[in-house]
Design a protein around this ligand. Structure first.
Ligand code: NAD
Length: 339
């Protein structure tokens, strides 16, 4: 089998997880990872057997001084790949696009970049086919991915007339000590809609989605309160059955003790998940309620890992190595233990 050669530019929270996930795919190989700083992450990438590249010439020397084996700069990495997954901080990807164009390499960007940068925004279970054969695709942000998964399934089964969601966001990732500590709840932004609703509509175009967001002093997960007005009649059981179709939506019970984001991540660790990750959107079964033609529920998003399976599928879609969404999703799910 000819393997798709994948480079990962930006090896932080998302990049290190994407590189590990790609290396688990039988039809892909990681040709290298690139970073700006010779920190513990860079050293670990070499230990894991990834070829390490410097983001630019000036970084190359810092890596060498730190005694790290470095294989070249980003342009060298791109010359040996079919697809680059850009996992650099938001806004940096836009600057990198010209470099990828020059190298003639297809690129997948992350949710920190704008929809306008790419030809398609991507959530595998919602619009895989849209990314087929494209040159530039964006895997949407963690919150947008979670909303698109659940809204997408409800829309397919019952028709979603409109969606209202409130997003309680984690303030920072666990390792981001520079952003904390804080002791406040902060509207973010203090206007409605937040960008998340319009962002979902770059993936699911025919459903109006209005979101409001606030930041809370936690690092673990985001929490959404979602309300979907349905076109067809639905019962609580039929909604639960609908959401149960996806292995990327995990129905959990508060009653069983999974009653907080902390408990969910404890559960992920107990499951033996790598890094204690939970790439599924966790929907509290207890919270699902149908009132007239509206369904209400609560869901939690593990921001560090939810987009990882999406990036793997985006590689198959953009490279054209697998044209069937269901086949790619099944392979990815199995490789990441989403069963
Ligand atoms: P991060 O800061 O954890 O990692 C970014 C990495 O890129 C770091 O290793 C940094 O050294 C490196 N880098 C910086 N400039 C670079 C450059 N010019 N060339 C190559 N590498 C460079 O960031 P992250 O949280 O992994 O976010 C990456 C992207 O994923 C962003 O678009 C973000 O919005 C998106 N995203 C983040 C999360 C999250 O919660 N962390 C969730 C979903 C999507």
């Amino acid at each position: 089998m000819v393997k798709t050669r994948v480079a990962v530019n930006g090896y932080g929270t998302i990049g290190k997880r994407v590189a590990d996930a790609i290396s688990k795919q039988g039809d892909m190989q990681v040709v290298g990872v690139a970073k700006t700083k010779p920190d513990f992450g860079a050293a670990l990438s070499v230990k894991k057997g990834f070829r390490l590249f410097a983001a630019a010439c000036e970084h190359y020397q810092t890596f060498q001084k730190a005694g790290l084996q470095v294989s070249g700069v980003v342009e060298d990495m791109l010359s040996g790949c079919d697809v680059v997954v850009d996992c650099t901080p938001g806004g940096v990807g836009a600057k990198n696009k010209a470099v990828y164009e020059k190298a003639g390499v297809k690129a997948i960007f992350q949710g920190g970049e704008k929809h306008e940068l790419v030809e398609a925004s991507f959530v595998a279970e919602a619009n895989y086919a849209e990314a087929l054969g494209k040159k530039f695709v964006r895997v949407v942000s963690c919150n947008t991915t979670g909303l698109s998964r659940t809204i997408g399934y409800l829309n397919n089964s019952f028709g979603a007339k409109k969606v209202r969601a409130t997003i309680v966001r984690r303030a920072a990732d666990p390792g981001e000590t520079k952003k904390g500590p804080i002791n406040a709840l902060m509207p973010d932004p203090a206007k409605i809609p937040s960008h998340h609703g319009p962002d979902v509509q770059t993936v699911i175009r025919d459903v109006p989605v209005v979101t409001a967001a606030m930041v809370a002093s936690t690092t673990l997960m985001h929490l959404h309160l979602v309300n979907v007005e349905l076109r067809l009649k639905a019962s609580r059981d039929s909604v639960i059955e609908c959401l149960s179709q996806s292995k990327r939506i995990k129905l959990v019970e508060a009653e069983s003790g999974l009653d907080s984001t902390a408990a969910l991540l404890e559960f992920a660790r107990d499951l033996g998940r790598e890094r204690g990750d939970m790439p599924e959107v966790a929907v509290w079964r207890d919270s699902v309620a149908v009132v007239d033609n509206e369904v209400y529920f609560m869901q939690a998003i593990h921001q560090e890992s939810i987009v990882v399976p999406e990036n793997v599928d985006a590689v198959r879609a953009i490279s054209g190595s697998e044209r069937e969404a269901a086949r790619s999703i099944a392979i990815t799910n199995k490789s990441l233990g989403l069963v």
